[in-house]
Design a protein around this ligand. Structure first.
Ligand SMILES: [Fe+2]
Length: 270
């Protein structure tokens, strides 16, 4: 049995500044870290799928590092479109490069892999700094292809920030650059679970013939709106996270909330 936690889209702001002027995301993270620390059986690892900071501020990463330091399990990170790789790596170097390390020819992309219990975890960086949408750079594609082929038959979770598939939330559905190439790569490994963030909603789907999911945001829940321009407002409630529970070859994904008395509010505009 292996238990992998996933949290996403933390949007930690500078201390004293609420994200989007509405919400103290640092408080949500502290409460969730305290909750995850007390899980029994304990987590084997925690993965954070991007948008760690709200605006890539160095102070936000320092604050995040202090809070994560309370969680005594391996932690792995991938960047999102709100992150700045240089500031992120400066404060969170214990968690970077993830697993086996960043290879020089991948720079600036941060990719890696690790084996945790019975699970193989692969992290690839599909963030294009300065752009809201994601994409697969040629060197990342080549690396990912090799990483997936390295240990066939081992239960595998592939983590990245941007989903390469459409959500139906128009504001979030910018084209994913070279999604066709990513579909080809993932389509050759259809037992691997693709685990994303970015959408601020929990979602499960089938893409390129294999399973894929989106972890909700820890604190900012996207309003479900399939009308034109939808996907540009959020509500707040209980902190949300995901548990990937491996039982043999089966990977069960549980969508969870941290306990407590959490006020519901919104919607607010992004
Ligand atoms: Fe986000």
């Amino acid at each position: 049995m292996t238990l992998i936690g996933q949290i996403s889209d933390l949007h930690i702001a500078q201390p004293g500044r609420p994200a989007y002027g509405e919400i103290d995301t640092g408080y949500y993270l502290q409460a969730t870290v305290d909750h995850l620390s007390g899980l029994n059986p304990p987590l084997d690892a925690l993965v954070i799928t991007g948008d760690l900071a709200h605006d890539g501020e160095p102070e936000a990463y320092s604050s995040l590092a202090r809070i994560l330091g309370r969680l005594k399990v391996p932690i792995f990170l991938v960047p999102g479109n709100h992150d700045r790789r240089s500031a992120m790596v400066a404060d969170l170097s214990p968690y970077y490069p993830p697993g086996s390390g960043q290879e020089q020819d991948l720079a600036p992309y941060l990719c890696g892999g690790s084996t945790v219990g019975s699970a193989r975890l692969i992290f690839f960086d599909g963030t294009r700094e300065g752009f809201h949408g994601g994409g697969l750079a040629p060197q990342v594609a080549a690396w990912l292809k090799g990483a997936l082929c390295a240990q066939p038959g081992v239960p595998t979770l592939v983590f990245t920030h941007h989903p390469p598939f459409l959500s139906g939330l128009e504001f979030m559905d910018e084209p994913y650059l070279d999604s066709g190439l990513l579909a080809e790569i993932m389509g050759a490994h259809q037992s691997a679970l693709l685990c994303c963030g970015h959408l601020h909603r929990g979602l499960a789907t089938v893409w390129a013939g294999g399973p894929a999911m989106v972890c909700p945001s820890l604190a900012l829940n996207m309003e479900l709106d399939f009308l034109p321009g939808g996907g540009n407002a959020f509500t707040v409630g209980a902190p949300a996270y995901v548990l990937h529970h491996l039982i043999g070859d089966t990977i069960n994904t549980h969508f969870c909330q941290a306990p407590g008395s959490w006020p519901f509010d919104g919607p607010f505009g992004f």
